[in-house]
Design a protein around this ligand. Structure first.
Ligand code: AHR
Length: 502
């Protein structure tokens, strides 16, 4: 199979916001306890944080991390996680039916974020709580001192404010499963009033209002329209979520799902434009796709287990073990975000450690990279710069979810500072290798080319503590360069990163 691609220096889409490669940590399962925090672990630092995990997160280079939820945040009292650890209450977490010891709270997370070289993106509880707790939390986190909450932070050991810019106004408030679920009009009103209050206090905040939990929600996309009609002028982003499943074990259908993601983004962009015009608004609202990932491997088991247990503390939950097929999917999802980076400015892989995550840990033991760590790592490290509008000519197939799904999924990024062009290419065809010709125009001379490949003969291949490098990238000589034309051979069902030095 052959594919022809043209990249031209003048055909650009957007300067990518590096926060497109954000992540997410929720008080859920073992994400926090025995994930990032394990005071007895041999690698624990002075704050009880696992250094082996910090090293893997630093390598992943995720610029922002959303915290503390997720569904968890909708019944969370942020004040439970401050002050002396021995005085912090244990609470029952209604979202996941577990106990929360509150040994990690905002101070510990902030220390961890600094060590992991990532910015905090914080969520306030607009489920069981409201405007008042939100404004107190923002004051605690961002005010220098001389007020009740900022002085309490100082007393608790943090003299300087953390100065967190990015705040989520609740989580998935359209979902009936959410503690304190609301109608679109109720939520839109509350989000608007909360945004006004916290902006009055700090006008540099960037605020994210909840959109739909997924595009099959019965209230979608009217939810977005109503919420934005209430809050458009007070917010900067609308949040979308999507998880990808392959229960049917149908690879072609599964790998077509990013087309649905693309439609979702396109529809919500249209709703944003509609509300902006209707309100004659001057500001812009963009998309924060702050939960996305593959999530199905353990989902049904987990739902059953949760019904049967009491209130365990930090049980294994949502510990999907990813396979090679998921590498292809995560590559296609990230490519979709790059191609939509004019509208999608922020995106967070959900989640970061142990819970549907690229990083896994064993309590007291090793930390290792799941298969999906690799495509995320490549996009995060090399997908920064200007997204290109590529012209792609390639055979396609029809799936239930979309017609004309190109066998080649490709995104291109020009990094002017580094003088590089990077292409992320997934061959969705499981039967044939693909010869990809890429013509690069208007960028000056291409000096060298590197091809990194992720390929495994078994779509179900996984990485485990015992065999952490079963699925991993390897350098390939299978690319050539001559007279501004690149030629790459992408094996059947494979992920390639092609880097060109200009
Ligand atoms: O990431 C797991 C859960 O998925 C989050 O808590 C929730 O926001 C979503 O439904």
């Amino acid at each position: 199979m052959k594919a022809r691609v043209t990249a031209h220096a003048r055909f650009t889409l957007a300067d990518i916001d590096k926060r497109l490669y954000g992540s997410f940590l929720e008080h859920l399962g073992r994400a926090v306890y025995t994930g990032i925090y394990e005071p007895d672990h041999p690698t624990a630092d002075e704050n009880g944080m696992r250094r082996d995990v910090i090293d893997l997160v630093r390598e992943l280079d995720t610029p922002v991390c959303r915290y503390p939820g997720g569904n968890f945040v909708s019944a969370y009292n942020w004040e439970d996680g401050i002050g002396p650890k021995e005085e912090r209450p244990t609470r029952l977490d209604l979202a996941w039916h577990t106990s929360e010891s509150n040994q990690v709270g905002i101070h510990e997370f902030a220390e961890w974020a600094k060590a992991a070289n990532t910015e905090m993106m914080l969520a306030v509880n607009l489920g069981s709580r409201g405007l008042d707790e939100a404004r107190n939390f923002v004051e605690y986190v961002n005010h220098p001192g001389g007020s009740y909450w900022s002085d309490l932070r100082r007393k608790n050991g943090q003299a300087d404010p953390w100065d967190v810019r990015l705040w989520c106004l609740g989580n998935e408030m359209d979902g009936p499963w959410q503690v304190g679920h609301k109608s679109a009009a109720e939520y839109g009103h509350l989000a608007n009033e909360t945004a006004k209050a916290i902006r009055a206090f700090d006008d540099k905040l960037e605020l994210v209002v909840c959109g739909s939990s997924h595009s099959d929600m019965p209230s979608y996309p009217q939810w977005e329209a109503t919420v934005l009609e209430e809050s458009f002028e007070q917010v900067d982003y609308i949040s979308l979520h999507m998880y990808f499943e392959n229960y049917e074990k149908n690879t072609a259908e599964y790998l077509a799902l990013p087309e649905k993601l693309d439609r979702y983004i396109g529809t919500v962009s249209g709703v944003i434009d509609y509300v902006k015009s209707k309100k004659r608004a001057r500001n812009d609202v963009r998309i924060s796709f702050d939960e996305w990932n593959v999530w199905y491997h353990e989902r049904k088991n987990d739902a059953k287990r949760m019904k049967e247990w009491g209130w365990p503390h930090a049980p294994a939950l949502l510990e999907d073990i990813y396979n090679f097929e998921d590498v292809l999917q995560v590559g296609c999802i990230l490519n979709t975000f790059i191609r939509r980076s004019d509208t999608v400015r922020i995106a967070c892989i959900a989640q970061l450690v142990n819970v549907i995550a690229p990083i896994m840990t064993a309590p007291g033991g090793a930390a290792w990279k799941q298969t999906i760590y690799h495509p995320f790592h490549f996009a995060s490290r090399y997908g920064r710069g200007t997204a290109l509008r590529l012209d792609v000519d390639c055979p396609s197939y029809n799936a239930d979810v979309a017609a004309d799904v190109s066998y080649l999924d490709i995104a291109g990024v020009h990094d002017g500072d580094a003088g590089t062009l990077t292409f992320f290419a997934i061959n969705r065809n499981g039967a044939e290798p693909m010869e990809i010709d890429i013509s690069i125009e208007g960028f000056g001379e291409a000096k060298s080319i590197e091809h990194t490949l992720i390929k495994h003969d078994d779509l179900e291949a996984t990485n485990t503590a015992e065999n952490p490098e079963n699925v991993k990238p390897e350098s390939r000589g299978g690319a050539s360069l001559s007279g501004g034309k690149l030629q790459v051979v992408a094996p059947e069902h494979s992920y390639s990163m092609i880097r060109v030095q200009l």
